[in-house]
Design a protein around this ligand. Structure first.
Ligand code: AMP
Length: 471
């Protein structure tokens, strides 16, 4: 199928051609026609499938002209500022040859410029729910003439606790409208919301989770926590991906990794919820323009990051929610391009890896040959602080379960020999100089092994053998 087959206007065909899209993605092929015919629609798709164009292109075609730019005719509600910015940017690209105006509003920044833009008149408004309700309450926004409403990433709205705000927005909309709802998953609450706001919707489903995952080359490096920094700098130095998105689980972690990379001479910035909006926008712009090669992000901040040709995603830490892994790696390999997702996994994260593999239905190939293979067992990983990453050599493991366990069977074997009567007495003059006593190593092993036959440690009724039983 081509974009011509979708009966798009010349202005839109010219725009998609100028951007370099050669053919519609599956969600576009399925959704554009029904939206153009005015149908309500539920789209089960996540970012990376081309879903923004799937709704933006037909919306632009339906609105086509509006000389006064009043009232607002289309509203796109989306959970994060980054997504909102991204969607508006896409509207601008796809509508570059149409006389329509769009603007974007979100919280965390002064409302002045947003209010000004609204006052000049807009056809398409992209908004996050909080700021939208705020500006509606102040009388800056009139939605009474709205024709098309898009609820984007509905499941994330729910996850992020915005569903109440979303309901408030819906209450402001005219009853007669076209509604499009997009959600990667369909939890009960969203299915119920969909039922209440959509009329005879067309359901369009693409299978992004597995198909996205299949298009992406995945690798896992098993590495000790303390050596992750060294492995990261090593990979960034030896790989030549032009832009790399690194995920950490925490905001502090993102800061630390970005600082460490910058100190090592690899330009990097962090993006997370504690950064001001302008810092986030700057980091994103620097990343997109190639001014910095590495962006270190937390999950929430990374939503909506849409960087063409993002060749590599690195999970510095594995997420404990397997679906998050799928979202993270979906930042690369977008719209059919190739991509690689590399994950670092330390001992404590092995369980997360198993959950991820269960979700994606296959094992993530392990890179065995690398300079910092995992050496720490659970005992160390949980009881002792991770070794300081220093020098270039991997850290030698300290005492671990692996080292302790073989001692005991050896001692037991020695005991067996002793009990069989072949044990040699210790040299004269030492404390152990008696044939009736087992050798020292064996006695030590006996003390630590409660399961040597004939040794009573505790009775079934709870009495200890050294304790006097009450009469
Ligand atoms: P989205 O799922 O809307 O976040 O889009 C993911 C990426 O796919 C964006 O970089 C879009 O520019 C790109 N994209 C969308 N539609 C197409 C298409 N038909 N051909 C190639 N790339 C596309």
């Amino acid at each position: 199928m081509t974009f011509q087959d979708l009966h798009l206007q010349p202005a839109l065909l010219r725009a998609v051609g100028a951007i370099g899209y050669t053919q519609p993605t599956p969600i576009q092929a399925a959704a554009i026609g029904p939206i153009l015919r005015g149908k309500d629609l539920i789209g089960c798709a996540q970012t990376g499938t081309g879903k923004t164009a799937a709704f933006a292109i037909p919306i632009l075609q339906r609105l086509r002209t509006n000389p006064k730019h009043f009232p607002i005719r289309a509203l796109v509600l989306t959970p994060t500022r980054e997504l909102a910015l991204q969607i508006q940017e896409n509207f601008t690209q796809y509508g570059q040859f149409l006389p329509l105006r769009s603007t974007v509003i979100f919280g965390g920044v002064g409302q002045g410029p947003q209010v000004q833009a609204l006052a000049q008149g807009v056809d398409i408004l992209v908004a996050t729910p909080g700021r939208l309700n705020d500006l509606c309450n102040q009388g800056h926004i009139d939605l009474s003439g709205l024709e098309i409403f898009v609820l984007d990433e509905a499941d994330r709205m729910l996850d992020m606790g915005f569903i109440h705000d979303v309901r408030k927005v819906i209450a402001r909309l005219p009853q007669k409208r076209q509604t499009l709802l997009f959600s990667a998953t369909m939890p009960k609450e969203i299915a119920e919301l969909a039922k209440s706001i959509l009329r005879n919707p067309i359901r369009v489903e693409v299978t992004p989770q597995s198909s996205t995952v299949e298009a992406i080359r995945q690798q896992v490096y098993k590495v000790d926590k303390g050596n992750k920094k060294l492995l990261l700098t090593h990979l960034l130095r030896t790989r030549n991906d032009p832009s790399v998105l690194v995920f950490t689980n925490t905001k502090h972690g993102a800061n630390r990794v970005a600082e460490m990379l910058t100190k090592s001479g690899i330009p990097a910035m962090a993006i997370h919820g504690n950064k001001s909006q302008s810092a986030r926008v700057t980091a994103l712009e620097n990343f997109k323009s190639g001014a910095i090669r590495v962006l270190v992000a937390t999950d929430i901040a990374a939503r909506g990051i849409d960087v063409n040709d993002l060749a590599c995603v690195i999970n510095y830490e594995l997420p404990n929610v397997p679906e998050t892994y799928v979202h993270r790696i979906g930042r690369t390999g977008r719209a059919g391009r190739s991509g690689i997702a590399i994950s670092f996994c330390n001992y404590d994260e092995l369980a997360y890896l198993r959950d991820i593999e269960r979700l994606i239905g296959k094992a993530v190939p392990v890179v065995e040959e690398h300079p910092w293979p995992m050496e720490i067992s659970k005992t160390q990983a949980t009881k002792t602080p991770p070794p300081k990453a220093s020098g270039t050599k991997p850290q030698a493991p300290k005492i671990s379960e692996r080292q302790v366990t073989p001692v005991l069977p050896a001692a037991k074997a020695e005991l067996a020999v002793f009990l069989a009567g072949t044990g040699k007495p210790n040299p004269v003059g030492t404390k152990e100089n008696t044939a009736s006593q087992p050798p020292k190593t064996v006695r030590r092993a006996l003390r630590s092994d409660p399961w040597v036959p004939g040794r009573v440690v505790a009775f079934a009724d709870g009495r200890h053998r050294n304790r006097k039983t009450p009469k």
